[in-house]
Structure formats: C-alpha cells, structure tokens
Ligand binder design. Structure first.
Ligand code: NDP
Length: 343
C-alpha cells in the first residue's frame, strides 16, 4: 500500500483527502537494495502528520520560495516516520535497527539517503514518540522555546495551538522552567486537556472569544514575557498588544495562514518597537546538532513522569490522508500519528 500525491494544490486551497490516493501493488523486497548501493530498505511502522506538509503540496515557481522541496505528483507522499531496517547497504545501519527520519507514506520504503535518518537507541518509551515528543516536533519545542527564549522562573508564557504536537511540549517545558503558562486551543476538549492533563495554569478556546485582546488581558493582566507562535493572523495581532517590555516572540509557525490565498495583514507591529520585543523565526532543521543534548534532557523527564504526551493515532495507511488534512481543521487532539504496522 502507498499513499500517492495526486497533483499540486492551487494557492488558497485547503488540502483534501482526495488530493491523495491509496494504491496497492506487489513488490519484490528481496534484493531491493542494489549491490554496492548505500540504500536502506525499511518497513514503515508510524508516520507523522505535520503542518509543513501542506507547503510541499504547492508548485514552486522558484526553489528559493521554500526551504523544502515539493511532493512529486504521482509518487508517494513523504514525511517523518519510524521504521525498521530490513536490509542495508549502509555501514551505519544494519538489519533490525529502528530508525526515525524522512520516509515514504507506504508499507515499505527504499531510502536512498540514510543520512536523513537517526538510529533509535532508546526503546523503553513508545516508538511512536519518535514522530513527536522525541522526533522533529519535540526538538522544535526545545529549540524554539528553551534555546531561543531562555525562559526564567516566574515569567509569563502564552502558547497558541497549545494542545498540538509542539504546543503541548512547549507548555510543559515552560512549567518545568517555573513559568506561568496559558494556552489557546480550538475546542472544549482541548482546553480541558491543557488544564487537567498537560499542567497548563490556564487555557481558553480562541473560537469562543470575540475579543482576543480582552481574553489575553484577562489571563495576563501584567503582560506576556514569552509568546510561542504557532498560528499567526489575529492571534499574533492580539498578542502584540499584550507583550511586556523586552518580551520575546518565538515564531515557530503560522498555520492559520497556510491555506489562504493572501496572508492576513498584521496591524500591531509598532508594538515591537514600543515594547522593545525580540521576535525571531526559526527552523528546526538548523537545530539537528542539538538532538543528542535534547535527548539527554528529555528522556529522564519522560522516565520520571515529568512529561506526558498526548497522541491521536489513525490506524492504517488508508486513514493517513484524512489524518493529515485534519490538522487544518483542528480534528487532531494531540500529536497526529498514523500507525502503519505494529512491528
Ligand atoms: P498541531 O499538532 O498543533 O496541529 C495543528 C493544529 O493547528 C490543529 O490541531 C489546530 O488546533 C490548529 N489550527 C489549524 N488551523 C488553524 C487556524 N486556522 N487557526 C488557528 N489554529 C489552527 O501541529 P504541530 O504542533 O505539528 O505544529 C504547530 C505549528 O508549528 C505549525 O504552525 C507548524 O507549521 C509549526 N512547526 C514549525 C517548525 C519549525 O521548524 N519552525 C517545525 C514543526 C512545526 P486548534 O484546534 O487548537 O485550532
């Protein structure tokens, strides 16, 4: 089974399940790794649904428009996943190893560039965590919050898309740093999760707030020290009115803008000067060198029960397209994973 990407989406289109097609064919696995090649044949176990995959569904007029290449129409979707090595021509990987990294949305993949994969050394935690907490989104939360914002005890932190793959971790890292933490999310269920399971001090449903500025003033009467930006648009505008002097904004993503034909205008940028705010965008791909340090910090937190992680698992490759497009309507509760095979 494979999930094939059909064709590029026009600007301003929300991705749909029908933009992908699940197909079946028979392949010969034995001898798939050509003699002398450094390729690795893997069996995919978990696939990760990530918002940046929308970016890969558009045709680029110029490759410099994006930091990542587009999907190829007619070929399988590619993205992060967890897999078991079945055959290897590469000296760093051997049969039986578990890896996480870029793979195909299919049952078996022949990976030509094993450099894009990390070997999984710690298997006393759920393997699916390597699509989220211990994978790219976890490193994103760590780099974008701890490294960029240097949080201090007593500071006030606001996180949007707070119950998602990245947001739920930023909130927990902020609590472990001694901060006061508030998150916004798009449903009552997610708000309950933030307050009752993920340890946020407060949370609110942004869809029920007609005045986001007033909502933020309610939770941050003295202002926000750190804003972790996941959504952009109206939320960013309201946050800018509520930043403290010398506040920091870590710009991780702007999901509310990804499917618009024209990005929304942001009106309150002057606040950056008035409040002397530092606003910095980042890409996790610049922080891969920190992965070992990140594991050293986070693995003990998981083992000691100081970090929890909420996942939303779609069972079966055939349910992958719906799970992926669901990110853009907030259907996922926690990290969206696709279970392809248990082992
Ligand atoms: P999530 O698991 O949080 O899933 C996406 C969530 O975004 C949805 O569940 C929904 O939650 C929310 N959302 C969707 N549409 C809108 C909208 N129009 N307005 C407001 N919220 C919306 O995703 P991730 O944690 O994986 O990613 C979070 C952000 O981080 C994204 O912007 C992503 O692009 C970015 N990112 C950036 C990286 C980097 O290197 N800079 C790396 C990884 C991720 P709700 O129901 O709460 O609205």
């Amino acid at each position: 089974k494979q999930v094939i990407f059909r064709d590029f989406l026009p600007k301003g289109a929300f991705p749909k399940e029908s933009d992908m097609e699940v197909t079946e064919s028979t392949v010969e696995l034995t001898g798939a790794v050509a003699e002398g090649s450094e390729g690795v044949l893997v069996k995919n176990l978990y696939l990760s649904c990530d918002p940046f995959m929308r970016n890969r569904m558009r045709k680029l007029a110029d490759p410099s428009e994006s930091y990542i290449t587009s999907f190829e129409p007619g070929l399988p979707v590619t993205g992060f996943g967890v897999a078991r090595v079945l055959e290897s021509g590469h000296p760093n990987f051997k049969k039986g190893d578990l890896v996480w990294g870029i793979t195909g949305w299919e049952e078996y993949s022949l990976l030509p560039v094993p450099g894009a994969c990390f070997k999984i050394e710690h298997t006393d935690v759920p393997l699916s965590y390597y699509t989220g907490l211990l994978g790219m989104p976890g490193l994103t939360a760590y780099a974008g919050f701890i490294e960029l914002c240097s949080p201090k005890k007593g500071e006030t932190v606001f996180i949007s898309a707070a119950s998602g793959a990245v947001g739920q971790l930023v909130g927990q890292f902020a609590k472990l740093s001694g901060c006061y933490v508030v998150g916004s999310a798009g449903s009552k269920e997610k708000v309950n999760l933030l307050k009752n399971k993920l340890g946020f001090d407060e949370a609110f449903n942004y869809k029920e707030e007609s005045d986001l500025d007033a909502a933020l003033k309610r939770y941050f009467p003295e202002g926000i020290d750190i804003y972790f930006e996941n959504v952009g648009g109206k939320t960013l505008d309201a946050v800018l009115l509520n930043m403290k002097l010398h506040g920091r904004i870590s710009v991780c993503g702007m999901i509310s803008q990804y499917n618009l034909e024209q990005p929304e205008g942001v009106h309150n940028l002057m606040q950056i000067i008035l409040k002397r705010v530092r606003m910095e965008g980042f890409s996790v791909f610049s922080y891969y060198h920190l992965y070992p340090k990140f594991l050293e910090i986070v693995l003990p937190w998981i083992r000691e029960g100081r970090i929890v992680y909420v996942e939303d698992t779609a069972e079966g490759l055939e349910n992958g397209p719906a799970a992926l497009v669901g990110l853009f309507s907030g259907r996922n509760v926690g990290k969206q994973v696709v279970l392809v095979a248990r082992e």
